[in-house]
Design a protein around this ligand. Structure first.
Ligand code: ADP
Length: 265
């Protein structure tokens, strides 16, 4: 807290009173500090792939291009780094849109079990070579929620793609959808690496990763869960995690019901 005092004097110089103005600078400082940290993080996240690309390109210029054994490999690394930068910039744009006041959602009535099943279908197809065993415990009746279809798909995508990323080959992932009194709860449970207890409170923070090198190698941006959280909150829902190091992780989110009936498409 910052305080400014002014003394009020009478014409004869005698003190008549004191005015104290108090400012809460802590909140202002915190916001400023967060902003600085965010910019530093973004710069670092972009510099890492750029530095790596530069060294591979230099090696290619210095002769590696003529070596048919290593040239394709070096080009692949630079292509992967480019992909990751594109993902990072897309994630940043999405977060910045959600931060701005005029963030508008394309709200429609959605059949929740159908949307969840669609996402799981897609991952089942795309993870065939990792032999992930998807299990479903999804209620088989029309449940209406109100929301932005693309955003909710993205929320699911971010959580399921993490479950896949941090699962061993052949691991099982259980996706469930339960009805509660005034909300639905979707859970994604994996048998992967898990999250140590002390890291759990931070996993929804922007750029936070438990294992930086591992996340980078898997192509992560460190923004997936921050985006998932923004989407859940924007829908009047919530998101949380329970996990045991070495055993597995369950991410869950809730969404309120819509006061409407929905017919499956
Ligand atoms: P990333 O792009 O690094 O995956 P996220 O924001 O999606 O970023 O996740 C943040 C961190 O949370 C990850 O780096 C990882 O350490 C941890 N995490 C997320 N999902 C899981 C999971 N299913 N199992 C284990 N750790 C996870």
């Amino acid at each position: 807290i910052e305080a400014n005092f002014s003394v009020i004097e009478k014409e004869n110089g005698q003190e008549n009173g004191v005015i104290a103005v108090l400012h809460d600078v802590t909140e202002q400082e915190r916001v400023e500090e967060e902003r600085r940290e965010f910019v530093a993080n973004v710069s670092h996240e972009l510099r890492t792939p750029l530095t790596s690309m530069k060294s591979y390109l230099e090696a290619l210029q210095d002769g590696a291009l003529q070596d048919p054994d290593i040239a394709p490999q070096f080009l692949e690394v630079t292509a992967n780094e480019t992909d990751r930068m594109i993902r990072l910039v897309n994630d940043l744009l999405q977060l910045s849109k959600m931060d701005s006041k005029d963030y508008n959602m394309n709200v429609a009535t959605i059949h929740a079990p159908q949307l969840i099943n669609q996402v799981v279908d897609r991952f089942e197809m795309s993870t065939k070579n990792q032999a992930i065993d998807f299990k479903r415990k999804i209620v088989d009746e029309p449940i209406a929620i109100k929301g932005d279809r693309d955003k909710l798909m993205q929320l699911m995508d971010n959580i399921v793609s993490n479950a896949v990323k941090y699962s061993p080959e052949g691991g099982s992932i259980t996706v469930s959808l339960k009805q509660e009194k005034d909300r639905i709860v979707v859970s994604v449970k994996d048998e992967g690496v898990g999250i140590p207890k002390e890291n759990i409170p931070n996993v929804f923070d922007r750029f936070y990763r438990v294992d930086k090198a591992r996340s980078r190698n898997l192509g992560g941006t460190g923004l997936g869960l921050a985006i998932a959280k923004e989407i859940a909150l924007a829908h009047g829902g919530n998101i949380w995690v329970s996990s045991e190091w070495g055993k597995g992780t369950t991410f869950s989110f809730s969404l309120p019901y819509a006061e409407e009936v929905v017919i499956p498409e």
